[in-house]
Design a protein around this ligand. Structure first.
Ligand SMILES: [Zn+2]
Length: 506
C-alpha cells in the first residue's frame, strides 16, 4: 500500500513537467508541413477517407487504455483456439463443446464426438459459408445491419457474445499468451506502443446472501456508517480467513506475470486492470473488488481496477449506489490504487430517465474514480456543470469509445458528448473497447473521430499523448513512454512530409 501511495505523490510532482515536455509539437519543417497537410484534408469538403486512414494508420497513437482481452480477440482467433484444442462447436447455438480434460483417459477417444449431439468441427464449420456467417453473427456484431433476421437488441447482441469466449480460454490457460501475442502484433501494426488491458477477473470471489441483504438494506436506508461496518466485518470474518482468497490472488498475479513476460519488450508495454462484474451479487462484487485492489496493490503489472458489464442490466442498475460505496471504501483502504470505471454507458430509452441523471457524477464524486469509461449520458446528469469542472480540474480523463457507443447505444455524431468533454477542458483519450466484437481497430475510431468532429492536428497529437499521460503507469514509466511517443512522432512526420513532397497535388 505504501509503495503505491509514494508513487502517487511523485506522480503529482512530475505531472507538470511531463505535460510541458510532451504537449508541444516539435518546431521543425516536417511538423509544419504535416500539420498543414492534415488540417487541409480535414477542412476540405471532399471525401478524404482513404487518405486520412492512411495517415492515421501510420500515426503513433501512444496507448489504448480501454481494452477488454476477450472482446478484443476476433472470432477467427477463437476458432483457431477451438481447433487447436480439438474441441467442437455446438450446431444449435455455436457454443463451445469441450473435449475431455487433457489428463483424462477419454481425451484421445476418437469416438467421443459421436456420443455428443449436434457437434461440429471447426473445419466443417469453416467449409459451410452459411453456417460460418451465422457463427460470426453470434460471436460478434458482424453483419448485424446487413440482414433481416429476428433482431436482438444491440446491447443484448454485444454483451451476449462474451459468454462464448471464456469456455475455451479456461480450457487451456496457455491460449491467453497466444491471444496476447496476436493483440500485440495488431497493436504494433497500427502503431500502438502501450495497452492497459482488462484481462481476467480477480482470483477470488464468494457468494454470501447475508452480506447481500445487510449491504442492500444499509445503502437503501442511507446508513453509510452501518454499511462500512458490514464491509469491514466481511473482510475480517469471511474474505481474509478463506484460504482460497490468498491462493486465488497469488495464482492471478502469477498468471499476469507470465503473460506480461511473454509480450513485454523494449518496443511494447502491456499492463493490466483487474475488474469486477457489476451484475454479480453484492458479496461477489465486494469480495472480488477487495481481491482486485489487493492484486493491484501488490503488483506493478496490475495498474488499476475497473467495473464492467452491461450497466443497464437490472442488478447493475439496482446496486449502482452500493457499488459506488464499495469503490469509495476500497480507495480509502488502498489510496495508491487507481480506478477507471465504466459509467454512463447509457442513453434515453434504455432505462428510466431519472436513472440517467447521476451515474458518472457518483463514479467521480462518491467512488473517486481516476478515469471514466464511456461517460455517454453526461448530457442527462443533473450535476453536469459541476462534474465537468471537477473532471477538468482534477484531470479525470474520459475514455471515448465511438464504435461501441454507436452500436450498443445508438449514440453518434453530434449526439455523442465527445465535443462536450473537449470543450470543457476534460482530458479525453480515444480507446477501442472491444475490437473483436465490434470488428474494427483503434485506427478506425481515430478516423471516426477526425471525420465526425473535424479536429486539428495539434488536438490529434494531444489526444494521442493523453493516452500515456493519463495512463496508470508510474511516473518513470510514463516519462519513458512519452519520450518513445515523441520520437515516433518525429519519424512519422518526416515520413509523411516525404510522401507529401513526392505527390503533385500537395
Ligand atoms: Zn469497456
Amino acid at each position: 500500500m505504501l509503495r503505491k501511495t509514494l508513487s502517487l505523490l511523485c506522480a503529482l510532482a512530475l505531472f507538470a513537467w511531463s505535460s510541458a515536455v510532451c504537449a508541444s509539437p516539435k518546431d521543425d519543417p516536417s511538423h509544419a508541413k504535416v500539420k498543414a497537410y492534415f488540417n487541409r484534408l480535414v477542412a476540405d469538403a471532399g471525401d478524404h477517407g482513404a487518405e486520412l486512414r492512411l495517415f492515421l494508420n501510420l500515426m503513433p497513437k501512444g496507448g489504448d487504455l480501454h481494452q477488454h482481452f476477450t472482446g478484443t480477440t476476433y472470432a477467427e482467433t477463437y476458432l483457431d483456439f477451438i481447433k487447436k484444442e480439438n474441441c467442437w462447436i455446438n450446431k444449435r447455438d455455436f457454443s463451445v463443446i469441450l473435449r475431455w480434460p487433457k489428463d483424462s483417459k477419454e481425451y484421445n477417444n476418437p469416438d467421443y464426438q459421436k456420443t455428443l449431439p449436434d457437434t461440429l468441427s471447426v473445419d466443417k464449420l469453416r467449409s459451410d459459408n452459411k453456417m460460418l456467417s451465422d457463427f460470426f453473427m453470434v460471436w460478434s456484431d458482424k453483419d448485424f445491419y446487413n440482414h433481416y433476421h429476428d433482431q436482438t437488441a444491440p446491447d443484448v447482441q454485444f454483451f451476449g457474445t462474451f459468454a462464448n469466449f471464456s469456455t475455451i480460454l479456461k480450457y487451456d490457460g496457455a491460449l491467453y499468451i497466444e491471444g496476447l501475442k496476436i493483440l500485440k502484433n495488431r497493436a504494433q501494426l497500427e502503431n500502438v506502443q502501450y495497452i492497459e488491458q482488462m484481462f481476467v477477473s480477480p482470483g477470488y470471489k464468494v457468494t454470501n446472501p447475508d452480506f447481500d441483504a445487510q449491504a442492500r438494506s444499509a445503502v437503501a436506508s442511507g446508513n453509510i456508517a452501518q454499511l462500512r461496518s458490514v464491509f469491514q466485518n466481511f473482510i475480517q470474518n469471511v474474505v481474509k480467513p478463506d484460504p482460497n482468497f490468498a491462493k486465488g490472488m497469488s495464482s492471478y498475479n502469477d498468471r499476469v506475470k507470465s503473460c506480461a513476460d511473454a509480450v513485454n519488450d523494449d518496443t511494447f508495454t502491456l499492463r493490466f486492470q483487474s475488474y469486477v462484474s457489476r451484475n454479480d451479487s453484492p458479496a461477489e462484487v465486494f469480495s472480488a473488488l477487495y481481491t482486485a485492489f489487493c492484486e493491484a496493490d501488490k503488483s506493478d503489472l496490475v495498474v488499476g481496477v475497473n467495473i464492467v458489464n452491461a450497466e443497464n442490466a437490472p442488478t447493475a442498475m439496482s446496486d449502482y449506489s452500493l457499488h459506488m460505496q464499495m469503490f469509495r471504501y476500497m480507495k480509502e483502504l488502498f489510496p495508491g490504487v487507481k480506478t477507471s470505471m465504466h459509467a454512463g454507458e447509457l442513453t434515453i430509452g434504455m432505462v428510466r430517465p431519472e436513472e440517467l441523471t447521476f451515474h458518472i457524477t457518483d463514479a467521480v464524486m462518491v467512488a473517486q474514480a481516476d478515469r471514466i469509461g464511456h461517460g455517454v449520458d453526461i448530457g442527462y446528469e443533473v450535476k453536469a456543470p459541476e462534474l465537468l469542472s471537477l473532471m477538468r480540474d482534477k484531470k479525470i480523463a474520459v475514455e471515448i469509445n465511438l464504435t461501441s457507443n454507436d452500436f450498443i447505444l445508438g449514440v453518434k455524431n453530434g449526439e455523442h458528448p465527445f465535443r462536450l468533454y473537449l470543450d470543457h477542458g476534460v482530458p479525453v483519450v480515444l480507446t477501442s473497447d472491444d475490437e473483436g466484437v465490434s470488428r474494427n481497430n483503434l485506427t478506425d475510431d481515430y478516423l471516426n473521430m477526425v471525420q465526425r468532429y473535424g479536429i486539428t492536428y495539434d488536438r490529434l497529437r494531444e489526444i494521442a499523448a493523453n493516452s500515456i499521460r493519463y495512463s496508470f503507469l508510474n511516473e518513470k514509466e510514463k516519462q519513458r513512454q512519452l519520450a518513445i511517443l515523441d520520437k515516433r512522432f518525429a519519424d512519422f512526420e518526416a515520413r509523411i512530409a516525404k510522401m507529401i513532397a513526392t505527390t503533385s497535388k500537395h
